[in-house]
Write a protein that binds this ligand. Structure first.
Ligand SMILES: NC(=O)c1ccc[n+]([C@@H]2O[C@H](COP(=O)([O-])OP(=O)(O)OC[C@H]3O[C@@H](n4cnc5c(N)ncnc54)[C@H](OP(=O)(O)O)[C@@H]3O)[C@@H](O)[C@H]2O)c1
Length: 261
């Protein structure tokens, strides 16, 4: 066992002089900064799970979110060129476009990012509702990466609803195909918000550069799945970049693929 000497407290209660300072948003931007000068998409995956590995409570991730997790969730969006999700997550969590503020948009522009990151939905079936928030509650068009399996008439409806639809595969979209599209579009600071199916594809193709994983201080049990699933088992060694703790027990961890940086 080793002392976790890179652990950093997220907040510091009054009078606890033995702890490091409370982290500011700028501290967090620095802790979660993407590598500079990227010449390829860097895939960051962000998840929250319970201590017993549940990825949902009553079918949604909201029951796992803590104040620290929500703060980092928003900050990771601020740092990203694109937010990538599987269609199961977009449908199940009723995804809309990323929200922003004038200050956040200004910070993004000064960092060389577009004011608002698009949501990129990966869906082999293309079965997304053109009346859903994905299309109706956004300031930038959602990108729909789909396959030849999708019904062309339905894809036309998604385009009519404002979707930027791209057929990127004959069936499932491989990680390589996803990364090729992101690279062509100049979207290199990638934030994948899941879900477990898409994360499984990315792991299986060794396409995950880092995982930001929040452990929420909860035991959940129940039928919930875990954060990744795929047909094969593909161990990928990861190195610990940082561990942050909040006073409510939340642990925020960042793991980088060995040799990725
Ligand atoms: N705790 C968390 O941090 C967190 C994060 C995200 C999601 N979740 C939870 O996870 C659950 C969703 O799980 P899920 O496994 O269904 O998630 P998912 O990976 O978001 O969705 C699976 C669906 O996404 C599409 N998809 C994924 N990978 C694909 C690929 N390589 N090529 C083409 N299409 C692909 C397919 O959609 P089509 O069927 O349209 O082809 C597939 O059926 C929800 O309950 C959500 O709340 C939790």
């Amino acid at each position: 066992m080793h002392r976790l000497d890179i652990a950093t407290y997220f907040t510091r209660p009054e009078g606890s002089g033995d702890r490091p300072d409370r982290l500011t948003d700028d501290d967090l931007r620095s802790l979660y900064g993407y590598p500079v000068g990227l010449d390829r998409p860097w895939v960051r995956v962000n998840f929250v799970s319970s201590l017993d590995g549940a990825v949902t409570v009553d079918g949604a991730s909201a029951g796992l979110g803590t104040p620290a997790d929500k703060r980092v969730f928003g900050l990771l969006r601020e740092l990203a060129d694109a937010i990538v999700v599987g269609a199961g997550t977009a449908r199940g969590e009723n995804y809309g476009g990323a929200r922003t503020s004038d200050a956040r948009a200004a910070r993004r522009r000064s960092a060389g990012l577009a004011a608002v990151p698009p949501i990129v939905v990966v869906s082999a079936s293309g079965r997304l509702d053109p009346a859903s928030r994905l299309f109706t509650d956004t300031t930038v068009p959602p990108v729909i990466l789909t396959s030849e399996r999708a019904d062309p008439a339905h894809l036309a409806r998604l385009r009519d609803a404002g979707g930027d639809v791209e057929v990127a595969a004959t069936d499932d979209v491989s990680a390589a195909a996803l990364l090729a599209v992101l690279q062509r579009r100049g979207l290199r600071r990638v934030l994948c918000e899941g879900g477990p199916g898409l994360f499984g594809t990315l792991i299986a193709e060794d396409a995950v550069d880092e995982l930001c994983l929040t452990a929420a201080p909860l035991l959940v049990a129940g039928p919930a799945g875990r954060i990744a699933g795929s047909a094969r088992t593909d161990p990928v060694p990861m190195t610990r970049a940082h561990v942050l703790g909040d006073d409510d027990g939340t642990l925020l961890t960042r793991w980088v693929r060995a040799g990725a940086e």
